[in-house]
Design a protein around this ligand. Structure first.
Ligand code: E4P
Length: 218
């Protein structure tokens, strides 16, 4: 399973890249705003900076909601860097835009997926990735991980090449559940990735090893 980091924060992206296990980055307009990135040129420059840090796909989201606007923005974003994947919302014009962009060889990530039907339309339109939002479903008392199982099974049954990119991951256990569900990618906060390291027996075991070494070596 591939690991993407879900942030526009360059320090966090560098830290994840330095760990040596990072496969890509996802951003969205809220994450860009959180970092104070504003204005068309600054936003584009920021995407390029991210691409220069990581060796993998970088999702850059369109802000238009009409077909013409989305394809124009998508072409501009894709031209910024070969690693850019154009992120498009799963609305009617978004599906049409994904169909157009994929026919031009531009890779897409269909976002804000909350049902298998939405994932089906995105896959049929040729999306490279679909992004089901686990945490936001959990927030509504609906099992987000169950959606990952259902989409993975559907894509397997019909042989869709679209990859399931589990998004809105809130904690480390979500990552493990995505692995069990067969997600192709999990996009996570850095804290959730680092949480995979945590185990008290590792901490106590390492402490004992070092104490025993000191006992005989001084
Ligand atoms: C997906 O690509 C989104 O950027 C993200 O995972 C949304 O997560 P949130 O629900 O924590 O905002």
């Amino acid at each position: 399973m591939k690991f993407f980091i879900d942030t526009a924060n360059l320090d966090q992206i560098r830290e994840a890249q330095d760990l040596g296990v990072l496969d890509g980055v996802t951003t969205n307009p809220s994450l860009m705003a959180k970092e104070g990135i504003k204005g068309e040129e600054n936003i584009k420059n920021h995407y390029v900076k991210i691409c220069e840090i990581v060796d993998g796909d970088v999702s850059a989201e369109v802000i238009s909601t009409d077909y013409e606007g989305m394809i124009k923005e998508g072409e501009i974003l894709a031209a910024l860097h070969p690693q850019i994947v154009v992120k498009v919302p799963v609305i009617k014009d978004g599906i049409k835009a994904i169909k157009y962009l994929s026919s031009k060889g531009i890779r897409t990530n269909c976002t804000l997926i909350f049902s298998p039907g939405q994932a089906l339309l995105a896959a049929k339109a040729g999306a490279t990735y679909v992004s089901p939002f686990i945490g936001r479903l959990d927030d509504t008392s609906t099992d987000g991980i169950d959606l990952i199982y259902r989409i993975v099974e559907m894509f397997g049954t019909y042989g869709f090449e679209t990859q399931v990119l589990a998004a809105s991951i809130r904690h480390t256990m979500h990552i493990i559940q995505c692995v069990e569900a067969g997600a192709d990618v999990a996009t996570c906060p850095l804290s959730a990735i680092l949480g995979l390291l945590n185990h008290p027996l590792t901490d106590s075991g390492l402490k004992t090893f070092l104490e025993d070494y000191k006992k005989v070596n001084g």
